[in-house]
Design a protein around this ligand. Sequence first.
Ligand SMILES: C[S@@+](CC[C@H](N)C(=O)[O-])C[C@H]1O[C@@H](n2cnc3c(N)ncnc32)[C@H](O)[C@@H]1O
Length: 200
Amino acid sequence: MKLSTPEFRAMQSLPRKWGQRFFEIPMFKRMGLHLQNKDVLEIGCGSGYGAYLLSSLHPKSYIGIDLMEEQIALAKKQYPQFHFIVQAAEDLSQFADASKDTVVIFGVLHHIPNWRNVINEIIRVLKPGGSFFLEEPRGVDVKVFDALFRWGHPDTDFGLKALDTHLTQRGLVIQSRQWTPLLTMYHTIKPTDSSPTRSA
Ligand SMILES: C[S@@+](CC[C@H](N)C(=O)[O-])C[C@H]1O[C@@H](n2cnc3c(N)ncnc32)[C@H](O)[C@@H]1O
């Protein structure tokens, strides 16, 4: 779902960038994020700062997708050297089965009513042995932000318990999980003996 104007503005702010640069990327690195020679897909890439940070880890390729044309326009303007497309995460059909080494999400699934399908699609495009790094807020914190700042998230059943259940039911192995006051961060792995699964 598209961001409300207050959240769209907050996502372009300096504190958001600092958080991503000085806290989230270092934490993902401690959890095993290595991108050298990897084909990387970022879901919900926003205005492209994640592309800038992830590309500093020297992936073989990077592509960022986002539902909002406004976000992708900003991303292309600020970082013309990277590849961005307007695309809803529920449909990754333009990416072949087992074509990505690493998929990264910085706080996106809680915006998507059909978030389970996004995970199913990510599993399909991941190579066996590939990594899915994600960070998401707790469902209760999303509601607090909406009450305080009127960010207007969609009404979904997203929550960390439901997330854990779906990740493991679909066969991803939770390699590590790190709780922080605002976001919980995951490194999950698609087992090497798994075959591509089509979305339900
Ligand atoms: C909270 S923002 C995070 C943006 C960026 N990842 C960051 O950390 O700054 C969530 C992003 O997800 C995008 N988004 C929401 N629903 C989406 C969907 N169904 N498919 C792809 N992107 C989506 C929004 O447009 C927005 O850019």
